[in-house]
Design a protein. Structure first.
Length: 317
C-alpha cells in the first residue's frame, strides 16, 4: 500500500515512524507547505517524493491511499479532494466537525468506490475487547459508574496560527474528544440521550470540559478533557464487586483488575503500537477489497461525532 501524506507535523512524523511496523506499507509522497518540515521529511523517508503542493500528491499514480494529517478545518475539504482523485483515505481525527459532514464524506467515498476511515488508534488495541469480556464475565459485578479522562497541559505553548488555539477548530473537545467518546461508546452502547455538560472557555476555546452521561442500567459515566491541566490519563470502571483501571485507555498496554480475589495486572499481547494498527488496518481492508473497516466502521465514527456535537452544543457562548 503506497501512502501519500498531507502535512508533516508531529502526528505525521509518528505515522512515518510507525509505518515500519507494517510490511505492506510504503511512504511514497509527503506534501508540506513548510520548508523546515519538508527538510525533516526528506531526512526521515529516503526515496519518498517531498513536495510543497498537496494536489501533486493527490494526483500522483504512485499514491494508493492519502493520509490527511492537516489541521482539523482542512480535513473535510482535503478528504473530498483525495476521493475525487479516486484515492483511498485515512483522515486524522476528528474526520469532520459534524455527523452531517461525515455522512457527506462517506457518501462520496461510496460513490468513488474508495476506502475511508478516520485515523484513531484505540480500535486496534486489544484492550477494550478484554475489558468488555471482564465486565460480561462479572469480574467487577454490575457496573455502577466510570471516570474517563484525557487531560494534559499545553503549559503556555503557542505559535502563530496554531490550530489548537483557533476558536473555529481548536480546543480540548476537538483535540481529544474522539479518544474519550470512542472508548465510552464502545464499552457502554446503552447510553441515554441525557447529558450534563460544564466547560471552561478561554479566548473563545474550550480549555476544560466535563460531561456526565448515564447508561440505561443507571451507571454514571463522567468524562473529562482538558488542555490546561495534568491528570493521570486513565479510565476507572467501578462495579458492585470491584474496579477496573486502564491507564492510557486509548492505547492501553495493561488493565488492572481489583476485586475480592486481589489485584491482577493484565498485559495483553500487542501486535502493533501507536499508529501502526491503523496503518495495518488500511492495508488489510484495501487488500481485501473492503471500503470500510469492520473494526472501526464508519457508523461508529458518526456515533462519536454526534455525541461530540451534542456536548459542544451545551458549551457556554
Amino acid at each position: 500500500m503506497r501512502f501519500g501524506i498531507l502535512g508533516y507535523g508531529g502526528i505525521a512524523q509518528r505515522f512515518v515512524h510507525d509505518s515500519v511496523q507494517v510490511e505492506e506499507a510504503e511512504i511514497t509522497w509527503i506534501a508540506s507547505q513548510t520548508s523546515a518540515k519538508r527538510e525533516a521529511a526528506a531526512a526521515a523517508v529516503s526515496g519518498a517524493r517531498i513536495v510543497d503542493n498537496y494536489q501533486a500528491c493527490l494526483t500522483s499514480p504512485e499514491v494508493d491511499c492519502v493520509y490527511i494529517a492537516l489541521p482539523h478545518a482542512q480535513h473535510k475539504a482535503m478528504t473530498l479532494a483525495a476521493l475525487a482523485q479516486h484515492k483511498h483515505v485515512l483522515v486524522e481525527k476528528p474526520a469532520a466537525f459534524t455527523s452531517a459532514d461525515w455522512d457527506q464524506l462517506c457518501a462520496e467515498a461510496k460513490r468513488q468506490d474508495c476506502f475511508l476511515m478516520e485515523a484513531l488508534k484505540t480500535p486496534f488495541y486489544p484492550t477494550s475487547a478484554i475489558v468488555k469480556n471482564l465486565i460480561e464475565d462479572g469480574a467487577i459485578g454490575q457496573v455502577t459508574g466510570a471516570d474517563v479522562n484525557y487531560c494534559y497541559d499545553l503549559k503556555g505553548q503557542t505559535k502563530p496560527g496554531w490550530y489548537i488555539l483557533d476558536p473555529l477548530q481548536g480546543g480540548a473537545l476537538y483535540d481529544i474528544g474522539s479518544y474519550l467518546y470512542y472508548f465510552v461508546l464502545d464499552l457502554f452502547p446503552d447510553l441515554t440521550p441525557t447529558l450534563t455538560v460544564t466547560a471552561q472557555l478561554r479566548d473563545h476555546i474550550d480549555v476544560h470540559f466535563q460531561c456526565e452521561l448515564m447508561t440505561a442500567s443507571g451507571a454514571r459515566i463522567l468524562t473529562e478533557g482538558a488542555i490546561d491541566r495534568e491528570r493521570p490519563r486513565e479510565a476507572v470502571i467501578r462495579g458492585t464487586e470491584g474496579t477496573l483501571r486502564i491507564p492510557y485507555y486509548y492505547r492501553a498496554e495493561e488493565i488492572i483488575l481489583e476485586n475480592a480475589r486481589g489485584i491482577q495486572t493484565i498485559r495483553p499481547t500487542i501486535q502493533y503500537t501507536d499508529l501502526a494498527g491503523e496503518i495495518a488496518e488500511v492495508c488489510r481492508c484495501v487488500g481485501n477489497g473492503w471500503r470500510e473497516s469492520p473494526l472501526y466502521p464508519q457508523a461508529k465514527t458518526r456515533e462519536v461525532l454526534a455525541l461530540m456535537e451534542a456536548i459542544r452544543s451545551q458549551f457556554p457562548h
